[in-house]
Design a protein around this ligand. Structure first.
Ligand code: TRP
Length: 456
């Protein structure tokens, strides 16, 4: 086993890693992004490819990133550099970590803006403003919100301050309790919503839409979107899981913990789809609702059920927490790196990282109003200017590139002995995993990519 320890501390148990990594992966990606991407990209076709990517590429990479983190015990940049050096390879492998930092900075800036919407909706539910709201009403309320930069700025600022506050206290103390209690609550509420939607909405059409695969709907663009989203939802490709792995106790089984995280994340996304689409179909909402989908559907359900404003408030508050536990993991690699490299205090590093992301976030929120413009991406029209661009650049490019490099690193740069030492075994499971990491994952990512840009 590696003799390194992390200067930033360690999780108090294996369970805490599972909670933290689940907290990182379950977030807006599952409840806000997954449903609208499925809607946009042909339902079942997207869901199928997404699931394949999760199991064949995402899950193996989740293990690979955790492994790198635990072996290196530092921020992603420094872990990669140290491990490459140990193997007598080039130190430039640190560049993979640098790209990761760039990606997390871009992601957190738009993530915080959307998390701000969930804050706004918790308050609206609490005040009863959405009581009895119709589908048309919910749409215009959402459009009013994103048209108003001042309100968006206020919510974005509050969310960023919350994130910085937790990260500056250290991930452990801020996170453990929140995830332990709030995650299961969110999960239960989601189950309840699925039940409600199944009773009141068009559940048959939903199941049909999400799980019937029209092979013709699987286009190169759909595949790239699904791949990118698999990375996004599992927090892969930029070091979030690496940094959490660096706090993992040496005796925890990496396969066991990562598989739980992956299953939980997938389940939450599917439940969100099952809760949202019945409302879409019964109210004849267009599937192309894009970024507003969850905010234009769930309030309609809450608005009609008895006690709906209370449940709605609870739901959006829990969603804020889910977003917070994800945002923390986006900021943490940057902060850990600043602490290690510039010897900054954690608080100062958190404020620096948070402030720069906050500034970039202002560009993101202006993309919905003053700076809005349309553009085409792989045959789809995007309406939200730089917001969509940042999302696409990270999800369909930077994260897959980071994931590709991570797979190559673990499959070809790290010696097999080190890998076996960290994973503690070489049975059939190991051999399948090693094959996926060495060959299948890098090849699949490369092919999907080239296919989308029409090279192959
Ligand atoms: N996975 C989170 C979600 O689904 C978002 C997230 C957190 C993320 N950390 C990440 C995405 C790192 C990409 C990379 O909401």
């Amino acid at each position: 086993m590696s003799i390194r320890t992390s200067m930033h501390g360690q999780w108090s148990s294996r369970l805490i890693f599972i909670l933290a990594a689940t907290g990182s992966s379950v977030g807006l990606g599952n409840i806000w992004k997954f449903p609208y991407m499925a809607g946009q990209n042909g339902g079942g076709a997207f869901v199928l490819v997404y699931l394949i990517c999760i199991f064949m590429i995402g899950a193996p990479l989740l293990m690979a990133e955790t492994l790198i983190g635990r072996r290196g015990r530092q921020s992603p940049i420094n872990s990669l550099e140290t491990l490459a050096w140990d193997e007598g390879r080039s130190r430039s492998w640190r560049m993979v970590g640098v790209i990761g930092i760039l990606a997390s900075w871009l992601i957190i800036s738009f993530y915080s803006v959307v998390a701000g919407w969930t804050l706004a909706y918790s308050v609206r539910m609490g005040t009863g403003a959405l009581d009895g709201v119709t589908a048309a009403g919910a749409t215009s309320i959402f459009n009013e919100l994103i048209a108003d930069p001042e309100r968006l700025l206020a919510w974005h600022t509050i969310f960023m301050v919350l994130t910085v506050a937790v990260v500056s206290r250290g991930v452990r103390s801020g996170l453990e309790q929140a995830v332990r209690v709030l995650m299961p609550l969110l999960f239960m509420l989601l189950l309840f919503l699925v039940g409600y939607s199944a009773l009141k909405g068009d559940f048959t059409q939903t199941v049909d839409f999400l799980f019937t695969v029209d092979i013709n709907a699987i286009t190169p663009a759909t595949v790239l979107m699904a791949l990118g989203h698999a990375f996004f939802t599992l927090s892969l490709g930029m070091g979030a899981i690496m940094i959490y792995g660096s706090y993992l106790p040496a005796d925890a089984s990496i396969p066991r913990v990562t598989i739980q995280v992956m299953l939980m994340d997938t389940l939450v996304a599917l439940l969100a789809g099952l809760a949202i689409f019945p409302i879409v179909f019964t109210n004849d909402l267009p599937l192309t609702k894009e970024v507003g989908l969850v905010f234009q559907t769930l309030p309609v359900a809450f608005g009609q059920m008895p006690g709906g404003m209370f449940f709605g408030m609870l739901f959006f508050i829990l969603l804020v927490f889910a977003a917070l536990t994800s945002a923390i993991s986006l900021l943490e690699p940057i902060v850990a790196w600043l602490v290690e490299s510039l010897s900054l205090k954690r608080v100062h590093a958190a404020i620096m990282a948070g402030f720069s992301s906050w500034v970039l976030g202002i560009v993101m929120l202006l993309s919905f109003n003053h700076w809005a413009f349309e553009f085409d991406f792989l045959g789809q029209t995007r309406a939200n200017g730089l917001f969509d661009m940042f999302d696409l650049v990270t999800t369909t490019f930077l994260l897959p590139v980071g994931g590709f490099a991570t797979a190559v690193f673990v499959g070809w740069i790290l010696s097999k002995l080190v890998v076996i030492d960290e994973l503690g075994g070489h049975g059939v499971f190991f051999r399948v995993w090693y094959f996926l990491i060495r060959y299948a994952a890098p090849l699949a990512v490369a092919l999907i990519f080239l296919n989308a840009i029409e090279v192959v």
